[in-house]
Structure formats: structure tokens, C-alpha cells
Design a binder for this molecule. Structure first.
Ligand code: 5AD
Ligand code: SF4
Length: 430
């Protein structure tokens, strides 16, 4: 079970690889499981509550099957450490995000009834190898860095995922080639702030250069990246996408708040104007690119005027979509100590206003795509299994009727209807 961001989804793939190596198969039914690992998130309190609720729910399965092993991994474990066992004593092992390579050893011990709690040390090496991690045959993640040194004042990530470390280019290239050989056609370069890739490496390389080099390999037709930080996002990255052949035109650039006062208190290190200039450059150079963002509502001290500036930015910049979050106090972060916390009702009312405005914009943008033809990489069936699902280069999800033989192929699809999150299309017969 995975909670949280792409980094966690990717870590879960690594965990699954280890679990498989230990001889386990996977089941959808909890009652059939002999091992359950929950990969956790703590970025907001809501995730934390849901996870503890879930782990408590699993207790009854331990009564039904005393041999059942329950493990927890990820950021929430790193945050709560030993205190976690007080809340969920039935858990057999708990490890932080930097020690998942120990899983095979820990499972062996757990089978003997030995409990294990992680050492929570920061590890200097970069994650796990991407080799042998093909979960989806045509789409894959490739982590290029780990950790974060930005210390945005609201965010727990630097405390649980450790310092920022970039992976050597040679290793990335090797893994990239491996993924291509495995048939991957769409790869996402992953990191908390991929734009600052290269810091601390012996080789003089930055993110734009990394993208240019991978693009030149011409081995994987769709290369994406996630996630960016406006302070490090630059023209060289936009130019690389513009001049590249395989670099996708989707940019996820979280702005978090539309007021300079709040950005300063958030320790984001850019101004609203600087952000706008970067978006204007993207629009000028990549007019068809999709732009998405993250926004936090109700950060301590956010006045109605500050919030209206966030609304104005959303209205002016017209993002394709936005992830909107209610500010959540994270103990240990700087913002948790701020005294001017915003009441929950005010936060809820503000986020509702913001979501309504963004939803209208998303639909308007997607409606304008009706009649256009896009090349889609078909990734599989949609949730209801009735239609095929794939994505445009700009990361828009498109569903359309077709048979399974198209999975893994590129297909031209005409958009019939633009909805809020997805586009409904029909395959063009050539
Ligand atoms: N409260 C609310 N949202 C947060 N995020 C990170 N920390 C918090 C927090 N304490 C959001 C940011 C980030 C996204 C992944 O999660 O918008 O970009
Ligand atoms: Fe958190 Fe800021 Fe780092 Fe993103 S850049 S992970 S928001 S501290």
C-alpha cells in the first residue's frame, strides 16, 4: 500500500522488487496476505491520520492470521521513529525511506518473530538502482537525485528524506539505456527538485545538460521530469525542451502562494514577478506546453489580500491544472512555530473558492482542445476497463475506445470532449 508522492510510488516499486526476491507473490485480498508493507507519507496531517487508521484496521487480520507480518516504510516512519510503536504496537517492522535495501534481511527476521525498528541514519549513496524495476512495461520512473536542501518553511521533506544528492550522470545514462532496452517509451526523471540536478557532483553538469544528453541518445521517445522549483527553473531547460526531440512539453512548476509576503515566509526564494516572467518565457517558447502547479492555502499569516493575490495569479496564468492543498502544520518545521495560524474554517472556505476557479479554467482549456489530434502512448485500460487510456506529450490523460493490441503503441486520437481531468477521444484510422 502506497501513500504520498511519486518518490514514494517509485520506492514502493523497489520494495516490491525486494519482496518478490524473498519469494512472495502479490494479492489484491488483504485476508490472503502473509506480508503487508505500508509505504507512508507525512507531508500533511491528513495523510498521517489516514495511514494510522489503515494500520489500525489491519490489526484484526493479525488476529485472524498470527503469521501475518505488517511492516511500515517511508517518511511517516522517519518522522515518528520509535514513537510509532506506541501508536501501532502490532507492527512488526518500521524503516525510513533511506534504508529500504534492508527489507530482505528484515523480512527474514520478522518471520522468526523478531521486531525491527530502523536506524534512521542519513545514507550518502543515491537510492537504489533502477535496474529490474519495470512495474509498467511502457512507462517508468528514473530517480536522478534524492533528498532536498531547500527547507521551505512548511515542509517536512528535508527532515525525512535527508540532504539533496544527485546521481552520477554515468549511472543515470546506464539506467536510461536499460529502461529503453526493456521497452520503456515514457520515462519520468524524478527528484524533489530536479532543476538543481548536478549540485555536488564532480562533473560539471546541470539539469538542462542532463536532459540534452538523454535526449540525444534517442532511445526513449518521451522524457518527462518531476518536480521543479521556480528558483532553479531556467531558460536553458525551456530551450532544451524546445530544441529537443524527445523532451515532453509538460512543466509542473509549483508556485505555492501568489503573495510576496507569504513566499518570503515560506522561504521559497523567488518573487511573484520572477515566477510570472518564467511562465511567460515558457508560453513564448513552448506555446502548446501544459503548465501545472501546486498551491498552498491558509499558510500562517495569509490575509484575505494575500489569498486574493493567489487567486489573481491563477486567473492570470491559467494553469492546465493545479494541486491545491490546505496548509497543514508539520511539527519540526519552521512554519509550525508561527503564531498567526489560520482557522480551519477560513482555510476550507478559501480552498473551495480556489478550486472552483481552477476547475472552470481547466475545463475551459480542455474544451478548446476538442477537435484537435494528439499522438497518445497507450498505457492500458481506464479505471472502468471499458476504454483505453494514454497520455499526450503534455501529460493530459486521454481515454478512447480500442482493443488491447494498441497497449504500448503510439496512436493518433481526435479529442471529442474535454473534461476537467481527462479528455475523451476517438482513434483516427489511417
Ligand atoms: N501543508 C500543505 N501542503 C504542503 N505541501 C508540502 N508541505 C505541505 C504542508 N505542510 C504541498 C506543497 C508541495 C506539495 C507536494 O505538497 O504544495 O508542492
Ligand atoms: Fe519541500 Fe520545498 Fe523541498 Fe519541495 S523544495 S520538497 S516543498 S522543502
Amino acid at each position: 500500500m502506497t501513500y504520498g508522492c511519486q518518490m514514494n510510488v517509485h520506492d514502493s516499486e523497489i520494495i516490491k522488487k525486494y519482496v518478490k526476491e524473498c519469494g512472495y507473490d502479490f494479492t489484491e485480498k488483504i485476508e490472503n496476505a502473509s506480508l503487508i508493507i505500508i509505504n507512508t507519507c507525512c507531508v500533511r496531517e491528513s495523510a498521517e491520520k489516514r495511514i494510522y487508521g489503515r494500520v489500525n484496521f489491519l490489526k484484526k487480520f493479525k488476529y485472524l492470521n498470527p503469521y501475518l507480518i505488517i511492516g511500515m516504510a517511508g517518511c511517516l516512519v522517519q518522522k515518528d521513529k520509535k514513537a510509532l510503536f506506541k501508536k501501532v504496537p502490532h507492527v512488526d517492522f518500521a524503516i525510513g525511506p533511506q534504508e529500504i535495501s534492508k527489507i530482505p534481511e528484515i523480512i527474514k527476521e520478522a518471520r522468526k518473530g523478531i521486531k525491527y525498528i530502523g536506524d534512521f541514519k542519513e545514507r550518502e549513496f543515491i537510492g537504489e538502482s533502477e535496474k529490474g524495476l519495470i512495474e509498467h512495461p511502457y512507462q517508468s520512473w528514473l530517480s536522478i537525485m534524492k533528498g532536498c536542501d531547500n527547507y521551505c518553511s512548511y515542509c517536512i521533506v528535508p527532515y525525512v528524506r535527508g540532504h539533496e544528492i544527485s546521481k552520477d550522470y554515468n549511472i543515470i545514462e546506464d539506467e536510461f539505456k536499460y529502461l529503453a532496452q526493456c521497452g520503456v517509451k515514457d520515462v519520468t526523471l524524478l527528484g524533489q527538485n530536479v532543476n538543481s540536478y548536478g549540485k555536488g557532483l564532480e562533473e560539471n553538469i546541470n539539469f538542462a545538460e542532463l536532459m540534452i544528453r538523454l535526449d540525444k541518445q534517442d532511445l526513449i521517445p518521451r522524457i518527462r521530469f518531476m518536480t521543479s522549483h521556480p528558483k532553479d527553473f531556467n531558460e536553458a531547460i525551456v530551450n532544451a525542451i524546445k530544441n529537443g526531440k524527445n523532451l515532453c512539453d509538460h512543466i509542473h512548476l509549483p508556485f505555492q502562494a501568489g503573495s510576496d509576503n507569504i513566499l518570503k515566509k515560506m522561504n521559497r526564494k523567488y518573487t511573484v514577478n520572477e515566477y510570472i516572467k518564467k511562465i511567460e518565457f515558457v508560453r513564448q517558447e513552448l506555446p502548446d506546453a501544459a503548465l501545472t502547479t501546486d498551491i498552498i492555502v491558509g499558510f500562517p499569516g495569509e490575509t484575505e489580500e494575500d489569498f486574493n493575490q493567489t487567486i489573481k495569479l491563477v486567473q492570470d496564468l491559467r494553469f492546465d491544472s493545479a494541486h491545491t492543498f490546505i496548509y497543514s502544520i508539520r511539527t519540526g518545521t519552521k512554519a509550525a512555530e508561527f503564531e498567526d495560524q489560520i482557522p480551519e474554517e477560513v482555510k476550507k472556505e478559501r480552498i473551495k473558492r480556489l478550486i472552483d476557479i481552477q476547475n472552470d479554467i481547466s475545463i475551459e482549456i480542455n474544451k478548446k482542445l476538442e477537435g484537435k489530434i494528439y499522438n497518445i502512448l497507450v498505457e492500458g485500460r481506464d479505471k472502468n476497463k471499458t476504454r483505453l487510456q494514454g497520455r499526450t506529450t503534455s501529460n493530459k490523460i486521454v481515454v478512447f475506445k480500442g482493443d488491447d493490441s494498441l497497449i504500448g503503441k503510439f496512436v493518433d486520437v481526435k479529442i471529442i470532449e474535454g473534461l476537467h481531468w481527462t479528455l475523451i477521444g476517438e482513434k483516427i484510422n489511417v
